[in-house]
Design a protein around this ligand. Structure first.
Ligand code: SF4
Length: 361
């Protein structure tokens, strides 16, 4: 199917014990199918030409719902000595010190823990299964198990979350000494229980003003603590940027394995069906139907601008030379800045980045 040497491999593990109330990702609670699913993943990997990826990312869903033995099977099949970053997403409630030690031994060297918030009542409200205490414990255990590249996910603009509560979450994350923090603003996706509750008036969404204040606070505190703000939602201590995700943002080809996973070879995208049965039957019978999209030059340009402006490297200014007047206006308003031949969003610009991108495209 592809001949390019793919530098990144993404493996989708779609299993979750229960569904979080805000989530619209593809996942399933059919936990009894995990072994069979891993067998299928490995068969899918075997169908690709040989690659020596430099990053491997196990995402979900909840990869920490797999037995360590199955995680090791995946790593042993895909990773080589050149695979320097092996990340696994984990939910705090699934982790024990023993399991973390075993994961480290299995080859995982970067852990991405879905903390979201350290406040248990807010976790309950958004339907997460773990508590704030379990989140803190998971980070400490991971450190004790020898992980020295830990990322945590935090969410802001949760219903009823105050500025004070958010500042405590951010400060706690910094105090815990994690190397990487990803922060996402809660969005209410159509069809999710959170969206239904919002419509019924069970709570109110955070105002745009509060969202902006929370984001600005986050950027200010993390910058002061030495974190590099290298992508609109991602912050890393020097030397700890996610190489896997940076590859996505730098337009590097990747293979996605598993139900619902997307792949990209530099010219086209293709993706597996978001259905466990169709995916597993298709791989087993060697006739999986994948949807494919050939990228036109214009689509490529749109993606470079959209992804590039989200990062601290920005884009070549010539990418948007047709909109010079608008660019100068954004620069004069302090929302974009020039760095040599490149155009980069300022911190204020990141706050309204979607609007800027839409305007420039
Ligand atoms: S654990 Fe992740 S994928 Fe699973 S339901 Fe919650 S947010 Fe969605």
């Amino acid at each position: 199917m592809i001949e390019t040497n793919m530098q990144s491999i993404y493996v989708h593990i779609p299993f979750c014990k229960s569904r979080c109330r805000y989530c619209d990702f593809f996942s399933t609670t059919q936990l009894d199918r995990r072994k069979e699913y891993v067998d299928t993943l490995l068969a899918e990997w075997a169908s690709y030409p040989h690659h020596t990826p430099n990053t491997l990312y196990l995402g979900g869903g909840t990869p920490s719902m797999l037995d360590v033995e199955d995680i090791k099977r995946i790593i042993d099949a895909i990773a080589t000595k050149d695979t320097t970053e092996i990340t696994m997403e984990a939910n705090p409630g699934d982790l024990t010190l023993d399991k973390l030690v075993a994961l480290r031994q299995a080859g995982v060297n970067r852990l991405s823990i879905g903390v979201q918030t350290f406040r248990t009542p807010l976790l309950r409200l958004i339907g997460r299964r773990h508590t704030g205490r379990e989140a803190r414990q998971a980070v400490r255990w991971a450190q004790k198990a020898g992980f020295n590249n830990i990322s945590i996910d935090l969410m802001y603009a949760l219903p009823r979350q105050t500025m004070v509560q958010w500042s405590m979450d951010v400060r706690k994350a910094v105090r815990m000494g994690v190397q990487h923090i990803s922060c996402y603003c809660l969005t209410y996706e159509e069809g999710t229980p959170m969206c239904e509750s919002l419509k019924k008036g069970e709570f109110r969404a955070a105002t745009e003003r509060l969202q902006n204040r929370m984001y600005q606070f986050l950027c200010k505190v993390l910058k002061r603590q030495g974190y590099e703000h290298y992508e609109v939602s991602n912050f890393a201590l020097p030397g700890y940027r996610s190489r896997h995700n940076s590859n996505y943002w730098n337009d590097t080809p990747y293979i996605g394995l598993g139900a619902g996973a997307h792949s990209y070879d530099g010219n086209k995208r293709w993706w597996n069906p978001c259905d466990l049965d169709i995916y597993m039957q298709g791989i087993k019978n060697n006739n999986l139907q994948r949807e494919t999209e050939d990228l036109t030059d214009e689509q490529h340009h749109i993606e470079r601008v959209m992804l590039g402006l989200r990062t601290s490297e920005g884009i070549e200014e010539q990418e948007v030379s047709y909109a010079a007047a608008k660019v100068n206006d954004y620069i004069n308003r302090g929302l974009l800045m020039r760095q040599g031949s490149r155009l980069v969003a300022t911190q204020e610009g990141l706050n309204i980045l979607n609007r800027i991108i839409e305007d420039l495209l």
